[in-house]
Design a protein around this ligand. Sequence first.
Ligand code: ZN
Length: 460
Amino acid sequence: MNKHLLYLFLFLLAACGAEEEISQNVFFAGEIVNPTTTHVVLYKGDVVVDSAKLDERSRFSFQLDSITEGLYHFNHDPEVQYIYLQKGDSIVIRLNTVDFDESLIFTGRGEEINNFLLELFLANEEEAERIRSYYTLEPKEFATKIDSLKQEKLDILDGLTVEADLSDKEEKIAKTSVFYNYNMYKEVYPFRHKRRTNNSVINDLPDDFYDYRSELTFDDQDLTYLRPYYNFVKYHVGNLSYMTCVNSCDIETSVIRNQLHFNKHKLHIIDSLVEEKELKDNLFRNVAFDYLLKVHDTEKNNESFIEGFHELSSNNRHINEINTLYEGIKNIQPNKKIPSIQVLDLEGNTISLPEIAKNQNTVFYFWSGTDRTHFENIKRRIAKLTSEKPDYSYVGINIKTEQGHWKALLESSNLDPENQFRAPDFEALTKALIIYPLNKCIVTKNDVIVDAFANVYGPL
Ligand SMILES: [Zn+2]
């Protein structure tokens, strides 16, 4: 063999080898303008992959040496955004927290798929208003409008597939994002149409309206945390639950108004439809949280729900979280004693909630130093309530605010310092009192709960 050729061959082989080796790594870095916390955390699903501290110039970097190709997301509290990563990627982002999604730009190897997903997400926000106005259209017209928006994005993707060398998996993620994103609107359509026009079309949809349903998949792990896919599945389950109920239950008019009944349908639909375990668990969890946190059903109904839940999903990966939520809600039903959570007064003395509530009518409300708009509103509201309903004592419980900052905020407010407390352990507090939403308040008479799910802006 020609010696020169051999050397060339060996050189090429070595070069290829070297390239192979380098391409195992993933580099993901960036700069955050107006940072809101000190870290960026990278997740795969609900598992933390790594976290990076911002340096003095607000830059961060991740150097990852073995990574499964797929969808990740990164979190710079409270913002979250996707990133698609595969071996050899070298991605740099720059973003401004003041305008998080709009300011985000990806550059480097791997940028194409990431910028496409981001553009799709932004287009979605931009089109939201227009799509809302389409809901009043007749089914055929509506489908045509949605399909044309969908086709626009698929055309862009076609161009991208030619220009950039997308991997099969990247192409799949991009395509399914478009597919599920736009078909979701068709799942929602009959319900929104009815709400807007008072006209029910659900039994008169054209035969091909749901044609895409033959292509749905419920066992692809790559899609589990893809937002358009997950949203689609939630609405699809809602749609099927409604139809099942209408067709096979004998309560036609009260469907959906009976939340326990409707949410049990949802659990059964998820159970029969979804194969992928993590997706299934996440959907089950979503139904449980929606029902338990938002419906505020009776204790008996909540119990019936959780029993049904355990029958179908006792090995749910979120089961401890769901059980804790259920127990928390059960413990703050009317006529129960307010949980004995310890809080701190301005001098740093520990006192329990039952001690605070003793011998008076109390309204406990909650606020955080990081949500200034909420705090400004609550100050006005408490002043108004104090003068209109003086037979209550209004007790503020601060959450997630450092002690010095808390005191400074109180000093510049007109709130009565005697009635201000701080929760040193937010986790324990929210598990016991279910602080959701932040505008909720708890009304007690002596230390007994009257209503733990009242709204501070509603009637007491
Ligand atoms: Zn039913």
